[in-house]
Design a protein around this ligand. Structure first.
Ligand code: ADQ
Length: 496
């Protein structure tokens, strides 16, 4: 992330959309226009978390990583400051980064945050959209707080908007914000991208507010999803909830507006990540990891600690590998980095306890006095070290039960040494499996199948590893974060 320059400006200080005044004269303000400001209008990204808030306790997450790679000079990024206050802010605080991106943030009141974020967004929408209806907790005050926070976002953004801005709202926390902006009279083009999967009507209808959410999203001009299967499911819900039959092209009319539903898979800046990983090979953390392995092969998992990532089954699969393929005992180590997230939600606390127990069971069963098979840590690792760890790993183990895309899979491929690459074992239920077909694709629910795939990867010939990696690397270089932004914004710009 680039350096921030705090200017403590309020919208009323910014006349006619001019940039806020900087306190440091060394920070460049003007410069050549980039795609973020060239052509029709400035890009205004809206997400719950903005990179500026990550220093204030936010955990690792794919959205910030993907958009940070592609946010350039002239853009504005609007979202939550990361602070919980007495009251939700009515006006945004403005920060201008060294790279010329304006960050505008608001605080959220503690009582709203609990209900909006832990309650409705992560207690109802997240499990539902990951097909875990059994974990869904709905209550109306949470839903009302969700709507209220979306309204507060819209109200605080309103005075910052210029008439030709393209507003690009992100993710499941902000599904009703487009409708709130329209209610305030905003006529700008509004796009919405959902980073998580979608579900068919039989699942979505379990949520009492399903129809209202589909209607609220339909206030946007473009709705983007990660895969064509997700887009199809969204369109089925349009028919179910609104009684509207979309065209084959994914367009439909609602309340006098034409909505376009598009598939725009997210990616990473693969070349940049590949260079980072090459340099990180000699970083102190990578060297320490290498030395600690003592020549053993490394199986690596990197995830947020989330039940959608399939970690208990993954631990089970590793145990089965050691049981069914004893040749790997003492010669393989599995490192699982599972950064704690959403610790205030009950289902995340119980997941952590389950993993602690499972790790103990596996190590109790297979450890020797000089070898512990499973290493499991719950604090985040910096990106540099992560890149070095990926490069060092013989197997990248990515087995979510359901995932919108999964950027870890793409980072793992980008980080490999093309001369001696590792093997990606990938769940068929990650959006990434649509593209990364040369990985060893598994059903994460079948721990024996996952164990067999790890074994296959560990014994795979160099020739086959190279051939698979070559094909996968081409793909991650094609669907980059940059292309994702460009494609989505091209759809948005094309709207009347
Ligand atoms: P996430 O569920 O957060 O993202 P993912 O796509 O894997 O999942 O992105 C995680 C990002 O955070 C990666 O860049 C990774 O390097 C980093 N990260 C993960 N675990 C980490 C750890 N333990 N320590 C340090 N860094 C870690 C959501 C959706 C995904 C979708 C993305 C982007 O759930 O399906 O791919 O948004 O759209």
């Amino acid at each position: 992330m680039d350096r921030m320059v705090l200017v403590n400006a309020r919208p009323s200080d910014i006349k006619d959309g001019a940039q806020p005044k900087l306190f440091s004269s060394s920070v460049p303000v003007a410069g050549p226009p980039s795609w973020a400001e060239a052509g029709a209008g400035r890009v205004v990204i809206v997400s719950n978390r903005v990179p500026a808030s990550s220093e204030q306790g936010a955990t690792a997450g794919g959205l910030a990583v993907a958009l940070a790679d592609a946010t350039t000079k002239g853009a504005m990024w609007f979202g939550w400051s990361g602070y919980r206050a007495e009251e939700t802010s009515a006006e945004a605080n403005i920060v201008l980064s060294e790279a010329g991106v304006t960050y505008a943030t608001i605080d959220i009141a503690e009582r709203d945050y609990q209900r909006f974020y832990n309650g409705f967004a992560n207690g109802a929408l997240w499990p539902l959209l990951h097909s875990r209806t059994g974990l869904l907790r709905f209550n109306r005050p949470d839903y009302e707080a969700y709507r209220a926070v979306n309204r507060a976002f819209a109200r605080a953004l309103l005075p910052l908007l210029r008439p030709d801005d393209l507003v690009w709202i992100h993710d499941y926390q902000l599904m009703t914000m487009g409708e709130e902006l329209r209610a305030l009279g905003v006529e700008n083009r509004i796009g919405f991208f959902l980073h998580v999967p979608f579900v068919p009507p039989s699942f979505l209808q379990v949520l009492p507010s399903a129809d209202e959410l589909i209607a609220a999203l339909s206030a946007c001009d473009v709705i983007g999803l990660q895969t064509s299967a997700d887009a199809d499911m969204f369109l089925q819900n349009v028919t179910e909830s609104l009684g509207v039959h979309p065209q084959r092209s994914g367009r439909y009319a609602y309340h006098g507006r034409e909505v376009a539903v598009v598939t725009t898979p997210i990616g990473i800046d693969a070349m940049k990540f590949a260079r980072l990983a090459e340099r990180a090979e000699l970083a102190p953390e990578t060297v320490r990891l290498h030395e600690s392995l003592g020549g053993r092969k490394l199986v690596l998992g990197v995830d947020r600690l989330d039940y959608s990532k399939g970690l208990p089954l993954r631990f089970d699969a590793f145990g089965r590998l050691l049981y069914a393929y004893p040749q790997h005992r003492r010669v393989v180590n599995y490192l699982q980095i599972a950064a704690r997230s959403r610790q205030e939600v009950g289902s995340y606390q119980s997941l952590r306890r389950e993993l602690d127990r499972l790790a103990g069971d596996i190590n109790g069963e297979f450890s020797d006095f000089d070898w512990v098979p499973l290493r499991y840590m719950t604090h985040p690792v910096n990106r540099n070290a992560l890149a070095g760890f990926y490069r060092r790993a013989h197997i990248g183990l990515v087995t979510p039960l359901r995932d919108g895309m999964n950027l870890v899979a793409k980072e793992y491929i980008a980080a490999q040494d093309p001369e001696d690459p590792g093997v990606l074992v990938l769940s068929r239920f990650a959006g990434a499996a649509d593209e990364l077909t040369e990985a060893l694709i598994v059903n994460p629910v079948d721990a024996d199948e996952v164990a067999a795939a790890i074994h296959q990867g560990l014994v795979m010939s160099l020739e086959e590893r190279r051939a698979r990696h070559d094909a996968l690397f081409r793909k991650v270089c094609h669907t980059t974060a940059w292309r994702f932004c460009e494609t989505f914004l091209a759809h948005l710009r094309a709207r009347p």
